[in-house]
Design a protein around this ligand. Sequence first.
Ligand code: SF4
Length: 446
Amino acid sequence: MPKIGQETKIKQPYNQHGGEGKSVMQRYFIWTIGCQMNKAESQQITGYLGSVGHQAATSFSDADLVILNTCVVRQSAENKVLGTLGLLKGLKNKHPNLQILVTGCLVDSDTQELKRRFPQVDLLFKPGDYHELIAWSERRGVSIEQEASLSTISSPCAFTPIIQGCDNFCSYCIVPYRRGKEVSRPLGEIVCEVEELVRRGIKEVTLLGQNVDSYGHDLPEHPDLADLLNELSSIDDLARIRFLTNHPKDISMKLIDTLASLNKVCEHLELPVQAGDDDILRAMRRGYTVERYRELVHTIRRKIPQISLSTDIIVGFPGETEEQFEHSLSLLKEMRFDVIHVAAYSPRPGTIAWREYQDNIPSEVKRERLHKIEELQAAIASEINSQFQGREVEVLVEGRKRGKWFGRTRSNKLVFFEDAGDWLGQLAIIKIEKTSPWSLRGEVKK
Ligand code: SF4
């Protein structure tokens, strides 16, 4: 299967308007929602389209080819996908030549049913199944060769998927049904890809998987994530390595020790807790208790004092009482995470929770609980970030937004600064002058 940045060469450019032999470039627009894995896969698709001469459009209406990279992990995300498909239906009625491709977690195995529901869509392909995309392109007269190339690098940071799918079946989660069983990429293949990325200017790589702690169990030599980090650390000119997402029941001491010892691996972990109550965790089928999670965090903080921790939490899981919600709130107060991603539970058809539990927490209650956590976290993040005031931090500069340079610290804090120089891809030392719960601001020292 072709991977990110593999070289793709056009043999015979196609002309969507039917002019035989004329080389007509298409303008494409990729719409992406959802997790980092989706963003990584959109990056790959961008690579393919760019390498056959297509150019990025700025909006749907400006494009001949639209790719929706979808997420249905929550009802709110699914609603956005359905709304966008409706909008594109109208656009296609006006412009019948518009090609619409859909990938991501909306695409299940019953593509016939999806095709019936969304006749405006020209191609549905499962997440990461680029064979389908390439075959579709082939049918339209464009032959894509699959040799290594990274054609569209515009940032010093890249995502590299290392494992697809998930074997866990948490009761609320649709991902294992849509992305299938865990499949790891061979270690050597990942190392080659990252070496190629670095040759092309990438300074930071983020290794992705629904559960990176499962990496390698299905490979012949059973390498694990720690082994992979050790290999990648020896790549000259690669400045930083990150990975996500970890699972509290699977993260190993070997990985924590590796994170503590390797300089290039950034001090940041995504460790989703999902609930602060043992009964709810059991109903979620998470495989750990609150006490086990607490001990894990203490161990990580003892071994890596400068670690920054992010977590995910779900409010309003079926049957969650006020008291159980308070348990979650007090765990969050105690743990003091740097970042919390909070979501209200929404039943996903086909999942265990959807089959076995009634979605019996009213939406106003879910909203209230969500706001309580957001408020609490704003106060905690504000206090944590205020400790950066006056300190100098190293920032890898990723780009410019509204006249300011921005980038991230090793601990994943977003930092803005103003300067006339060209800082893209540079490691800058920034003295922090202003802090907020969401970002830091400062001035360049060097
Ligand atoms: S670990 Fe659980 S929440 Fe994460 S992708 Fe797998 S099933 Fe979903």
